[in-house]
Design a protein around this ligand. Structure first.
Ligand code: PMP
Length: 457
């Protein structure tokens, strides 16, 4: 491919600067600095336009490339599939879609139907539509509200922002879709009540919202198993048992957003499996094909699926389509991605390396008073930076960015939680690929150690 052989990297950078609108970027900065282009990747490492090597501790920026870069078996599987049959949509299925559904459902006991789409946002929208349709078909249109949680994120579309608990992301994009109602976050480190059983307190708060709104108006609740971009928030003890019990008591469908946690990130196939949750819907995207092709899935139970069967009204089926949900590259890549995770024992590796990483960060916490809290599950870890451990006052966001920048100079890419909300914008986010070794994590923690020393002393 000619474009891969190019020596004119400065031309490419210039084209990027003048033609491309980058995601999540303030372009004013590119008047004085070059936009970054990642040119190549292998395993845990990527190379930029200047040939500089980086250890990628964020799996492609946003928790995606779970099996690492340069996987020829995935590329070959996609190539073979595209030459045979690249695309057919509408009501037709495909061979890789069918095979992947069987593989996927074998990892998800109790769930039995896979609906294909191509982004996390889209998969979540599918579920909102299913919930609304169930309300129309079975509850006279009344049970249509959807609860969501403060600090959770479910996607970039207006309906997903309406279900989004990060006000800093939403502020400029209203008005929003009606029918989404927020419940409070469950972040123990920033708990709103000083004493008592925090898990129960959070569950009681959700119940108070249900009673305020009326249980007969609420169709579903959507939650991340571990909140990702909102602060790497692991749930308190007893939280999930309580949520599950509320769903049963008030006949509310439980929608688990596994777009980040799904397909190995926490050390089990799905994050909900860490907590014994029995979901009615599970959505997933990023790790499903590790970014080798676009694919997302909304998975549900036979009981939900059955609610859409009807021989009295021929138009009462789920009236939804995803044009690119018919691309075969996605499931072809997903099959190979799942085979790699199994063949290389990456779930166990994630659990072991996750514990190793948490241990190393705890050592850094002993050394650097600025680390107030370390939390996570598997290779999905956050280190929260505070200016005072007692008051837990967050460090200035600029200092968090300085740590990220310092690591970058050392050739290590780390992330930080979303900006602008004091108390939630001060967490370093680490999500290296599931293939991480001790050496990789040592390099990562050494870089953080150096960065903290350099920024805070
Ligand atoms: N849910 C969660 C938990 C996410 O973190 C994201 C993306 N960061 C999404 C949904 C949306 O996924 P996408 O960007 O593929 O639409």
């Amino acid at each position: 491919m000619d474009y891969l052989q190019t020596n004119d990297i400065q031309d490419i950078v210039e084209q990027e600067r003048v033609n491309v609108w980058h995601h999540l970027s303030q372009h004013k900065q590119y008047e004085t600095s070059d936009p970054r282009i990642i040119v190549e990747g292998k395993g845990m490492r990527v190379w930029d336009q200047n040939g500089k090597e980086h250890l990628d501790a964020v799996s492609g920026g946003v928790w995606t490339v779970n099996v690492g870069y340069g996987r020829e078996s995935i590329a070959n599987a996609v190539r073979d599939q595209l030459v045979k049959m690249n695309y057919f949509a509408g009501s037709a299925g495909s061979i890789p879609g069918s095979i992947f559904s069987e593989m996927l459902l074998s990892k998800m006991p109790g769930l039995s139907r896979v609906y294909y789409a191509n982004s996390g946002s889209e998969a979540n929208e599918k579920v909102y539509k299913m919930v609304r349709q169930i309300s129309h078909k079975h509850h006279g249109g009344k049970k249509s509200k959807i609860l969501y949680r403060e600090r959770d994120y479910h996607g970039t579309t207006i309906a997903n922002l309406s279900a989004g608990g990060q006000e800093e992301r939403n502020a400029q994009y209203g008005p929003f879709t009606p029918g989404f109602v927020m419940v409070p976050h469950c972040m123990e480190y920033r708990r709103q009540t000083p004493d008592g059983d925090y898990g129960k307190y959070c569950v009681d708060q959700i119940e108070a919202v249900i009673l305020r709104e009326g249980a007969d108006t609420i169709g579903a609740i959507v939650l991340e198993p571990v909140t990702a971009g909102g602060g790497v928030i692991t749930p308190p003890e007893g939280y999930w048992e309580g949520v599950q019990a509320l769903c049963k008591k008030y006949d509310i469908l439980l929608h688990i957003d596994e777009v980040v946690c799904g397909v190995g990130r926490t050390g089990t196939w799905f994050g909900y499996q860490q907590y014994g949750i029995k979901p009615d819907f599970v959505t997933m995207a990023k790790g499903v094909a590790s970014g080798y092709a676009a694919i997302s899935c909304a998975v549900t139970t036979e009981a939900v699926f059955d609610m859409f069967k009807d021989d009295t009204d021929p138009l009462s089926y789920f009236r939804d389509i995803s044009t690119f949900g018919g691309c075969t590259a996605g499931p072809a890549a997903a099959i190979e991605n799942m085979k790699i995770i199994e063949a290389e024992g990456l779930l166990d590796n994630t659990t072991q390396m996750g514990e190793y990483l948490m241990g190393k960060l705890s050592e850094l916490q002993d050394k650097h008073a600025v680390i107030g809290d370390v939390r996570g599950k598997g290779l999905f870890v956050g280190a929260e930076l505070v200016s005072d451990r007692k008051s837990r006052a967050p460090v200035d966001e600029k200092l968090v960015q300085a740590v990220v920048g310092n690591c970058m100079q050392q050739g290590v890419i780390i992330g930080a939680t979303n900006r602008s909300v004091p108390g939630f914008n001060n967490t370093l986010c680490l999500s290296p690929a599931l293939i991480s070794t001790r050496d990789d994590l040592d390099q990562l923690c050494d870089a953080i150690d150096n960065a903290l020393t350099s920024v805070f002393s």
